[in-house]
Write a protein of this length. Structure first.
Length: 171
């Protein structure tokens, strides 16, 4: 758990409000302040009980993040938070952001293997967009992981998996 400042603690309290307008206003304040420490708390709100207007605002915030400091929070949340039906939208927001996830290729490769087709397609895009900035070692580790995980790929995703392997091995 992060050590939150007084203002961040106030934001956390406001995020628990039943007033969607107040929550959205708080999200805009968090966005303008650039407080990446708040991201895990926001990600926990991406579920079916959260009103769609709030959930969409959080996903838009992720898409608009330009601070590379946010990447570990985003990548780390994929394993820790159950996004349910909103996982594809969350992963799409990752590549929409244009952030460099090259140090987290394996996270997205694992997501590709484990998730449904739509999420796998979004994870493919994150990987593809991050390859340019990835080190040779990161690429090699991702290739090894995918080779070991090939037996877990569903028939539905096998053609996409083969394409992913080609894309990574060419970089």
């Amino acid at each position: 758990m992060e050590n939150f400042t007084t203002i961040e603690k106030a934001w956390l309290a406001l995020l628990k409000s039943d007033d969607n307008e107040r929550i959205i206003q708080t999200l805009h304040e968090i966005r303008n302040a650039g407080s990446v420490k708040m991201l895990p708390e926001l990600f926990k709100m991406i579920h079916k009980e959260t009103p769609s207007v709030v959930r969409n605002e959080i996903l838009n915030l992720v898409s608009d993040i330009k601070s590379q400091e946010a990447v570990p929070y985003i990548a780390g949340s994929i394993d820790k938070i159950d996004f349910g039906d909103y996982l594809p939208a969350f992963v799409a927001a990752c590549w929409h952001s244009g952030l460099d996830f090259s140090k987290h290729l394996r996270v997205f490769a694992a997501l590709f293997i484990q998730a449904d087709y739509k999420t796998a397609l979004e994870a493919f895009t994150v990987i593809e967009e991050s390859l340019e900035d990835a080190s040779e070692d990161e690429i090699y580790q991702c290739i090894l992981f995918l080779k070991d995980a090939e037996c877990m790929v569903t028939d539905e995703k096998l053609p996409l998996f083969r394409e992913l392997r080609k894309v990574i091995e060419r970089s």
